[in-house]
Design a protein. Structure first.
Length: 164
């Protein structure tokens, strides 16, 4: 019989991770330099997010943009994000995040400077892992001081003869 784990929100999971990773990253940065530490961290987080995206698609049995959009509740659970959906079609999913408790949590833990690497950068490779035809464009984030985050997902064809 599989072991049942208690349910925790992604926000809570990120907080648990940050409480451990923050001090480890700071120590690593002292030993090898900030640039190298962040480069290594980005690589690890990118790999994890890509795998998580592929696992998510497998778990729901579909990799359409509509299926991806249906998973947004995982990240907003418990009020972690407040969002305004602007467009949701089979080819596009656009929304703005107007409140980000992830940014608030990293700020509270004193590691807001690491928040973009620990959380925000995941969004791009998570989508790509879910479906390689997905492209995310984002020009600003609350984590970096903007008033909102602009998420613009679209499906792009891998067929060079087809224009999206």
């Amino acid at each position: 019989m599989p072991e049942e784990r208690p349910h925790i929100t992604i926000l809570h999971q990120r907080e648990i991770e940050a409480k451990v990773l923050g001090p480890v990253i700071r120590a690593f940065a002292e030993a090898v330099g900030v640039e190298k530490a962040i480069e290594v961290l980005r690589g690890v987080i990118t790999d994890l997010a890509h795998k998580d995206g592929a696992d998510l698609a497998r778990s729901i049995g579909e990799s359409s943009l509509e299926a991806f959009a249906s998973t947004i509740g995982r990240w907003t659970e418990g009020g972690a994000l407040e969002i305004d959906v602007l467009e949701q079609t089979p080819e596009r999913f656009s929304y703005n995040v107007t409140r980000c408790r992830y940014a608030e949590m990293y700020e509270r833990l004193g590691i807001r400077d690491l928040g973009a690497t620990l959380s925000c950068q995941r969004d791009f490779t998570l989508a790509e892992g879910f479906n390689p035809e997905f492209k995310l464009e984002r020009t600003q984030t609350i984590m970096r001081g903007a008033p909102y985050c602009d998420f613009r997902y679209r499906r792009v064809s891998k067929d060079p003869g087809k224009i999206d």
